[in-house]
Design a protein around this ligand. Structure first.
Ligand SMILES: [Fe+2]
Length: 307
């Protein structure tokens, strides 16, 4: 947990072009479960081991992408305190009332220096993982698709990288696990509010703000990543790259696209982070190895396709 009470990535709202195709992808391919639909036509989903009501929200729209990402904090007092701190930092803060999203309490929304909309919230109905809290089994019956236990992290791109990193590290209390620098320019920052090697990744964009690169789902093992690759092959899912391993985070990974063009990742492994760990540095001449360790080069699609 971060020093200031941010618990974890909680939810994100993805824009999709065709709701039926998107729901089929996130349920049958990824393996999420639908937990609700609201009167605005939004569909709510969760991974099997997430206890809260939802982590992914889908909204039909004309262009794909991500409206906002949200982190859960440990209490309403923390929410109030961080809202004031974020305002003091210079962001305009908006309050969304409880119930605007299904089963979710009040949310605090602000635009960060890279142009993305970020939310904090303290309350969401716990619906459980189907195993109960007394003598639970290791996994529930009826798992399907890639079977991730949870949504894991996001990668987002924008111009004003130092500002967003300062907000996340100095105000929200994230630890800085890894960075890529090109002389004095910060090219990438990997930040954690937990013991994960990253809960969010920021990448420098020289032209555009508010770009969304991917949402990642956690898998328990490298074998499960390979099985996810089998599903991608079997079901004709649009592949980006992998299976392979990252230098940064040491995670094992495969990237692919939902039917609207939003990039997904399934990710396993990675080291355990504690706040006393020095930030790991990568240099630009080793960028290929940093991102895809054995391949040692980046594919054009990975660098340029964003929503
Ligand atoms: Fe990722």
């Amino acid at each position: 947990m971060s020093m200031t009470g941010v618990l974890r990535p909680g939810h994100c709202l993805l824009r999709v072009l065709d709701m039926e195709a998107a729901v089929k992808h996130y349920t049958e391919i990824i393996g999420l479960d639908i937990t609700g639909r609201d009167d605005k036509g939004r569909v709510y989903l969760k991974a099997w081991d997430e206890l809260d009501h939802h982590s992914i929200i889908l909204r039909e729209a004309d262009i794909p992408g991500c409206d906002f990402i949200a982190f859960k904090v440990d209490s309403k007092a923390t929410l109030e305190r961080l809202a004031k701190d974020v305002e003091k930092f210079g962001c305009i803060v908006n309050y969304l009332p409880a119930g605007e999203l299904m089963e979710t309490g009040e949310r605090v929304r602000f635009q960060i220096p890279t142009g993305h909309h970020v939310e904090l919230y303290a309350e969401k109905k716990q619906v459980g993982n189907g195993l109960g809290n007394v003598n639970p089994g290791p996994w529930p019956d009826g798992l399907h698709g890639m079977q991730p236990p949870r949504m894991d992290h996001w990668q987002i791109h924008g111009i004003e990288l130092p500002g967003s990193v300062e907000l996340f590290t100095k105000v929200l209390g994230f630890g800085w696990t890894e960075r890529v620098k090109d002389d004095n320019t910060l090219m990438a920052a990997f930040l954690s509010c937990s013991t994960k090697p990253h809960d969010i990744a920021f990448i420098k964009d020289f032209e555009l703000q508010d770009r969304f690169h991917h949402v990642a789902f956690y898998l328990n093992t490298w074998e499960e990543v390979l099985r996810a690759a089998d599903i991608i092959g079997k079901k004709n899912v649009s592949l980006d790259i992998g299976p392979t391993r990252h230098g940064i985070t040491r995670g094992q990974t495969i990237y692919f696209f939902d039917p609207s063009g939003n990039r997904n990742e399934v990710f396993s492994g990675g080291y355990m982070y504690y706040p006393d760990m020095p930030t790991i540095e990568w240099t630009m001449d080793e960028l290929g190895r940093a991102i895809f360790y054995p391949i040692r080069e980046l594919n054009e699609r990975f660098l340029t396709v964003m929503t």
